[in-house]
Design a protein around this ligand. Sequence first.
Ligand code: ATP
Ligand code: FE2
Length: 328
Amino acid sequence: GTVLGIEGTAWNLSVAIVNEKNVISEATDTYSPPTGGIHPREAAQHHAKYASAMIKQALEEAKEKGIRTSDIDAISFSQGPGLGACLRTVATAARMLSIKLDVPLAGVNHCLAHIEVGRWKTPAEDPVTLYVSGANSQVLAYRMGRYRVFGETLDIGLGNAFDKFARGAGLSHPGGPKIEQLAKQSANYIPMPYVVKGMDLSFSGLSTAATEALKRYPIEDVCYSLQENAFAMVVEVTERALAHAEKNEVLLAGGVGANMRLREMLDIMCEERGASFYVPEKRFMGDNGAMIAYLGLLMYEAGDTLAIEDSHVNPNFRPDDVDVSWRK
Ligand code: ATP
Ligand code: FE2
């Protein structure tokens, strides 16, 4: 089959066309807020403005590769979790396309799309996934028809904790990459709050403590300590999920996964446990249309499609609410 998918849970608007083998085309436009703050309404307006251009671009690029609009079997869209206004804009575009092309609609859980694109584009078969992005931080694994959330943040996502600290420190948005560069220049660990409650995580106190520490320590030391601390927390929960879920693979997903120190720490943990560690290509790690199109394809093939009247979005859509139709 061939599916056109639209991602738009947050800042990124991305349209892709995929089949079982390949990403045929992808067109992306990112909204960049003028101040780095949160402007969901503006992001939604951005998506509304560029949706038709991105859809056209993806269709044209596919045509150059011999895939015509009439070859498209279904339309998929990110149904949640995400910013309500953004989700609604993207869902509207998807519904219109589905009616126009007279093909079914598939509503995709954004978190599960990160996992499935990783299983597609790496050798990972049945991994524990660490999904760390701006808004999300979760550890998930498949068990008996569902992706279970083994642990997750109780407040903000790890990327947002980094970005918040960075803003306070006068670094430009996004903060994660700048923190990574500064952290490389230090090996002086300042104790920071390490908050793992059961299998769950909390980052907001850590972000505040790091901001406080700037009054007394060089920014390099603070960035180093912030990273070491936050990554030790997520690696601990990932390691325990491996044991609980009885898996022997770890898959990394989400924008924070670009961080080389996080990868190194996960790699060491996996090595010690005899587990395999997989990181997809960068284009499949942050939010991308290909992952929405790909999970849409799996759902379409499983007959898991939506009537227009059932295609409402869900800003709090939990991955463990999804009855997994595409894996047996
Ligand atoms: P989602 O909707 O899934 O939460 P998002 O809009 O946050 O996605 P992503 O691209 O998945 O988008 O992640 C962006 C986050 O990743 C930002 O918070 C950014 O600071 C962080 N990030 C990017 N590169 C790095 C890095 N090298 N180290 C640490 N964090 C990073
Ligand atoms: Fe994401």
